[in-house]
Design a protein around this ligand. Structure first.
Ligand SMILES: [Zn+2]
Length: 381
């Protein structure tokens, strides 16, 4: 087998469905995508490993490695895509369509096509003469909980010193993003006839107190934490969903509020969870309500790769842009946990990610390939 040309590689990656979703109706295996990547990297002479993910049958990470020793560069990305809304696409999301100087297809921008660009960048390089290792990392389920990256972090696997994740940044280097936590605050009281408040304990009224407490906490967090590199320079707390009660003439026995909390680098997620829980419990002290504060998923840490890191400096030098902070989260914090210094830098634009008619602008392709070539030369040759 020989490796197809760039267009055919992207076409192949797009046509193999690899949707990941917390909704089992949508969720698919990424076996197909990992399979073709593994064939191509094997053909290029890389040592390829396909790693099953504990507790997630049909989901795999792929590590393809060339060269050995310390240091080295990791080119990383995720093999999954978000679900799609077929009616809102102008073409089949699984068919690569070239039009208007763009490649349309699900995963063109975010981010299966990046693997094809990485192969294009390395296929003419003297891989047998690498002084430091070059590793390709392709993960599962980035879009639905990051179990692939988490599994790698749990393995404490050493992969390299520097990493580039090809998430859509418009070829602008990114070294920072906020962390994300989502929490449910569940209050349980007692129902009763609305005519006599003494007959019950209102969870809804308790939640009124909770909301006041949360907004005061938010003001405090925003007063004490600020990072001007971010467009929204402060941590955010969004009241996103509330549900409680059933009828006007019944005292509300149960109420649940769900919030999204986005913290800045340097703020510890566990401590935020504990602060939240303590404040809510204290605010409702003596109310008779049962209080549960439950994380809705395991959360994503914030990313902060030092401005002085060699990978940041190299990317700034090669692109002419200084490294930025973005509003979306990545697998970067997990790679940094493995001892890497991770930069986010890819050819797509986040404006086209998670959208119908997702595309990659053709004019980004060659600059991205050139950039990756230069990075590989700097960090591996
Ligand atoms: Zn992505």
């Amino acid at each position: 087998m020989s490796i197809p040309n760039l267009h055919a590689m992207i076409r192949r990656l797009i046509e193999i469905p690899s949707v990941s979703s917390v909704n089992p109706q949508w969720d698919q295996s990424n076996r197909g995508v990992v399979g073709v990547l593994s064939e191509w990297f094997d053909e290029l002479g890389f040592a390829v490993e396909t790693l099953p993910i504990p507790g997630k049958p049909e989901k795999f990470n792929l590590i393809a490695n060339s060269g050995s020793g310390p240091e080295g560069l990791v080119l990383a990305g995720h093999t999954d895509t978000v679900p799609y809304d077929e009616q809102r696409w102008s073409s089949d999301p699984f068919k690569l369509v070239e039009a208007d100087n763009r490649f349309y297809g699900l995963g063109s921008c975010d981010m299966k096509a990046f693997f094809a660009l990485a192969i294009e960048a390395l296929r003419d390089l003297p891989l047998n003469r690498l002084k430091r290792p070059l590793t390709i990392l392709a993960t599962a389920d980035e879009e639905s909980g990051m179990c692939g990256a988490r599994a790698l972090a749990d393995m404490h696997r050493q992969l390299g010193r520097y990493a580039v994740i090809g998430e859509p940044t418009g070829l602008v280097p990114v070294r920072m993003h906020k962390g994300i936590a989502m929490e449910a605050i569940r209050l349980t009281g007692r129902s009763g006839h609305s005519s006599d408040p003494a007959l019950g304990i209102s969870a809804l009224e308790g939640m009124h107190t909770v909301i006041g407490t949360l907004l005061a906490w938010r003001t405090e967090l925003q007063r004490t934490h600020r990072n001007p590199l971010f467009k929204v320079a402060v941590p955010t707390l969004n009241l996103g969903h509330i549900h409680g009660g059933d009828n006007p003439n019944r005292i509300c026995a149960e109420c649940e509020l769900q919030i999204d909390l986005r913290h800045l680098p340097g703020m510890a997620p566990e401590s935020l969870h504990n602060q939240l829980r303590d404040r809510v419990i204290r605010a409702l002290d003596g109310s008779g309500l049962q209080v549960d504060v439950i994380p809705l998923f395991s959360g994503i840490p914030a990313l902060e790769t030092p401005a002085a890191s060699a990978i940041v400096k190299a990317a700034e030098d090669l692109t002419g842009y200084s490294a930025q902070a973005v509003a979306f989260a990545t697998e970067g914090p997990y790679l940094n946990e493995l001892g890497m210094e991770t930069l986010i830098l890819g050819p797509g634009d986040v404006a086209q990610a998670h959208q119908p008619d997702e595309f990659l602008a053709l004019e980004r392709i060659q600059p991205c390939i050139d950039l990756l070539k230069s990075m590989i030369k700097r960090f591996c040759l």
